[in-house]
Design a protein around this ligand. Structure first.
Ligand SMILES: [Mg+2]
Length: 325
């Protein structure tokens, strides 16, 4: 079978089976935003990796070297955030360069990493540079501390509340904006180029005993779907309650795109989806400025409801359209 036929998630499921089993020091293995292991000294560490490839994850036509560096670090810090981890963290960077890559451009990319690292307490401490025949790629692996009670995808239970930080759909609309030749000063474009991981919120949500968490990298429906799979539950969310920024509405209008569709299906917002008991959810919502978007239910899968409680047909809100994107 070809990889393209199996798909990313199918392949992960296969490999997960091969990697299953007890390992000394391994606390939390494949199937979450990070692995968690215990050091000999007793501390818990979260360990994660993410790669971006030119032509697949970014297009140099509208991605500056600086933003490429910033984002490649930020997306890893976001995975640490979704486990309730904290600073300082440490990153290794593997860079695949073609012979034509400009040295100054690579330096600019590292300045982007530095800017992100300074903001979120992450240091690049080494890595490797290899030759890539055609396309540039950046692979970052990151290790950072987590505490007991770290957040996972697997802790959601029926009756709990689903909440989200910030607003959704901005990044997808920003990408469309840039692809259409729009300026990168558009706030949605900035959200796409310079994602701001919710490291503080994730850490605080752990302290406030959230039940489950994931960061929005693949789109709300898909990522909340991961929580449902790992927790063995379902979820209902209200379309009208999903937070959408004014900038996203305006940009969607100008692009003739659908803002709620972007919020449901568009990825790379790097907000956190948090699940918590009803009592704890109120305090969490108020302190962290979260938006309640739904509830965890028995069963499986994510159902989208309109304001009258009727099930929304995912086709109507652009499921196929966004699937292609
Ligand atoms: Mg993630």
């Amino acid at each position: 079978m070809r990889v393209a036929d199996e798909g990313e998630f199918g392949l992960i499921a296969r490999l997960r089976g091969m990697l299953a089993g007890e390992r000394e020091g391994l606390i939390h293995g494949v199937g979450d935003d990070t692995a968690v292991f215990r050091s000999a000294a007793g501390g818990l560490w979260a360990y994660t990796a993410d790669a971006v490839v030119e032509g697949v994850h970014f297009d140099p036509a509208y991605t500056s070297w600086h933003s490429l560096g910033y984002k490649s670090l930020a997306v890893n810090i976001s995975d640490l955030a979704s486990m309730g981890g904290s600073a300082p963290s440490f990153a290794l960077v593997v860079l695949g360069l073609t012979g034509d890559s400009e040295v100054e451009a690579v330096e600019e990319m590292y300045r982007g990493m530095e800017d992100c690292g300074r903001r979120f307490g992450c240091s690049v401490v080494g890595g490797d540079i290899v030759r890539s025949p055609q396309h540039l790629f950046v692979s970052v692996s990151l290790v950072g501390p987590v505490e007991e009670g770290f957040l996972t995808r697997g802790g959601a239970r029926p009756g709990q509340v689903v909440m989200v930080t910030g607003t959704l759909g901005d990044s997808f609309l920003g990408l469309k904006w840039l692809m259409g030749g729009g300026k990168d000063s558009n706030p949605c474009a900035q959200r796409h180029l310079y994602p701001q991981p919710r490291l503080q919120e994730g850490g605080r949500a752990r302290e406030l005993a959230a039940a489950a968490c994931i960061d929005v990298s693949d789109g709300l429906l898909r990522d909340l779907g991961h929580i449902c799979e790992e927790s063995g539950v379902g979820a209902e969310i209200f379309l009208e309650d999903i937070p959408i920024s004014d900038a996203a509405r305006k940009t969607a209008g100008e692009l003739a795109e659908d803002a709620p569709g972007a919020a449901l299906f568009g990825g790379e917002d790097y907000e956190l989806v948090l699940v918590a008991d009803e009592k704890k959810a109120v305090a969490m919502r108020d302190e962290l400025g979260l938006t309640v978007i739904g509830m965890i239910k028995e069963g499986g899968g994510v159902v989208v409801l309109d304001s009258t409680g009727k099930r929304v047909d995912k086709g109507r809100i652009g499921y196929e359209h966004f699937k292609e994107g």
